[in-house]
Design a protein around this ligand. Structure first.
Ligand SMILES: Nc1ncnc2c1ncn2[C@@H]1O[C@H](COP(=O)(O)OP(=O)(O)OP(=O)(O)O)[C@@H](O)[C@H]1O
Length: 570
């Protein structure tokens, strides 16, 4: 995989054969940013890293993390001291750093993420014309833009940094490295990077995708057919098969990270939480990953030696969600999430409690075991969907199958078969963000109507409040980590004004702390919504989103740039 822009960096790195690089990447397994030997400017002895740390007042590996991850960071730092750093995983030597800067990379990026940018040349911001803001992540804003050189429409993901704090740069570097390792039709392709020597910001350039699965699923007018569900699941599992085969765990599979183009092609996106792993050389990883509704039980129970099963659990949640018409386990806290899992999938067997030795087992083990009731709950699901859901939602990850086995299951080999992606209907652009905006607007209108009509206004029942596809903010993966990162993010990007980048985004508050209580009360039984109905309250009126120039747009677009933004925290 290379840079589509065709210009290889005039660095020594570019001279290295790609095979050599892949071999090197093969050594990046088990990396967590801030961990040992992550190859993302980790703990190599390169002077650049030291220099960057001194400059940025560098935090430790736990800068992004909450207390739990801090402890993990301490543990791993201890291990790091024992382990001899692998020189092949260090940042490029000083001469390569110099060459990368000469090729147009900013020094702060080359210093910390030399490996991630190796062999590439940055694109200039003024070679893109920003069209619209299309998405907002925890640490990024995503824009639709036109590549002025090719005319192609692309998605620009602007990563927010705090004063170029090395830890947050390393996060982004890991995402880039992983994206460069992957090359599959069902995985979003990183086409290049936009920055410049004097810039303090970085944009990741992706092929543009019109929809995401959460947005489509939340649309009141869209009802998926069985061949369509099979088609999406087939593509999701094929993408996961590729990731897992390349030693990558995604760790945040959910509808809003499954992008769809107008040809019905599904691509896994957002590798911000992904990590390299090697099942033969297990290494502790953080359990604070995956958005709550899609988080596997072993993660909620504190596992740090998990594997591909965590992505397959999320895939099982998505399969059931697509067939049920709404999320199947929308927990609000970790405790509630685990309780929902136990109620549906049964609590772990005695044998599993014993063998797994999960850190939170003692506090979360229910006094009375819960019986598994997937088949009863989803009795109306089409034939052969249940056996696959049963295995993907196995409590014991060892019983969860691989993506390859799932692809060979009867769900896919029996009629009606998955349809061809190209035969799928063409939908108007829909993103999770659009659904959120529709939801917000609907709420605003209801509130306005309520005021106007006084007590006569109809109150929506909780069940009417769009139960699907839109994870509550506090359900976001690595919430504490993301909050920490947000705190780290200042307005350093303002320095890039000369490049006419959009103004730094005003971040809203993200939500509430996760799982303040870790005690599972067996008497606590949160109200569940039956799986038979789907009700949405989204308004269909188009809602204007913020639009402004990345470079000065032609006059017809200047009009749009006066509209105001309506951010929605993810
Ligand atoms: N290639 C793309 N084409 C179109 N839209 C995209 C593309 N990539 C991302 N988006 C939109 O932007 C949103 C945010 O992107 P992404 O999930 O990568 O950001 P993030 O900051 O990593 O988010 P998170 O908070 O989930 O970690 C997505 O949900 C999607 O709607």
């Amino acid at each position: 995989m290379g840079c589509v822009f065709g210009r290889e960096a005039a660095s020594a790195a570019s001279a290295s054969p790609r095979a050599k690089e892949s071999k090197k990447e093969g050594n990046l397994v088990n990396s967590e940013v801030g961990g040992d030997g992550d190859g993302v400017g980790g703990d190599g002895k390169g002077g650049e890293v030291v220099e960057a740390k001194e400059r940025g007042g560098g935090g430790g590996g736990e800068a992004r993390n909450g207390k739990e991850q801090k402890e993990e960071g301490n543990r791993r730092r201890g291990e790091r001291r024992r382990a001899r750093p692998n020189p092949r995983l260090s940042n490029p030597p000083k001469n390569v750093h110099g060459e990368q800067v000469a090729a147009g990379w900013p020094p702060w990026l080359s210093a910390v993420a030399g490996e991630a940018i190796k062999g590439w040349t940055p694109r200039r911001a003024d070679s893109f014309e920003k069209i619209d803001k299309i998405g907002q992540g925890t640490y990024s804003n995503v824009y639709k833009a036109r590549d002025s050189l090719t005319g192609k429409i692309v998605a620009l993901k602007k990563v927010r940094f705090d004063n170029l704090e090395p830890e947050s740069v390393k996060f982004m570097a890991r995402e880039i490295l992983i994206l460069r390792r992957l090359d599959h039709p069902n995985i979003v392709k990183l086409e290049g990077l936009v920055t410049s020597r004097m810039s303090c910001s970085l944009y990741l350039v992706f092929e543009y995708m019109e929809h995401d699965l959460a947005g489509l699923a939340a649309s009141p007018t869209i009802k998926f057919t069985l061949p369509q569900v099979k088609c999406y699941m087939n593509q999701l599992l094929s993408g996961l098969e590729h990731c897992h085969g390349r030693g990558v765990l995604h760790r945040d599979i959910k509808g809003s990270n499954l992008l769809l183009d107008n040809g019905g092609i599904l691509k896994i996106a957002d590798f911000g939480l992904a990590t390299f792993y090697d099942p033969n050389h297990k290494h502790p990883m953080t359990s604070r990953v995956v958005t709550l509704w899609y988080r596997a039980p072993e993660l909620l129970l504190g596992a740090t030696d998990y594997g591909v099963g965590i992505d397959l659990w999320s895939a099982g949640c998505i399969q059931a969600e697509l067939l049920a018409g709404k999320p199947i386990m929308p927990g609000r806290t970790e405790v509630e999430q685990l309780h929902k899992i136990f109620k549906l999938c049964g609590s772990p067997s005695e044998e599993y409690w014993k063998k797994s030795k999960l850190p939170h087992a003692t506090i979360f083990k229910p006094q009375q075991p819960y019986k598994r009731c997937i088949s009863e709950t989803f009795k109306d699901f089409p034939p052969f969907s249940l056996p696959l859901i049963e295995t993907l939602l196995a409590i014991d990850p060892a019983e969860r199958q691989t993506a390859t086995a799932a692809l060979n299951s009867e769900f896919f080999t029996t009629k009606p078969f998955a349809c061809e992606p190209s035969s799928l209907p063409q939908y108007p652009p829909s993103k999770e963000m659009d659904a959120k905006l529709r939801d917000e607007e609907a709420r605003r209108l209801r509130a306005a109507g309520g005021k106007a009509n006084g007590a006569g206004a109809k109150k929506s029942r909780p069940r009417d409040r769009a139960p699907r596809g839109i994870p509550v903010p506090e359900a976001n993966a690595e919430l504490q980590a993301n909050l920490d990162r947000r705190r780290l993010i200042s307005h350093a990007n303002a320095k890039s004004k000369s490049e006419k980048f959009p103004p730094p985004h005003q971040d809203g508050a993200l939500g509430f702390p996760l799982g303040s209580s870790h005690h599972m009360d067996p008497a606590f039984d949160p109200p569940d919504v039956p799986f038979s109905t789907t009700s949405f309250v989204y308004q269909k009126e188009p809602i204007q989103t913020w639009s402004g120039p990345l470079v000065d747009p032609p006059p017809r677009q200047k009009k749009q740039s006066s509209t105001t933004s309506k951010p929605s925290a993810k």
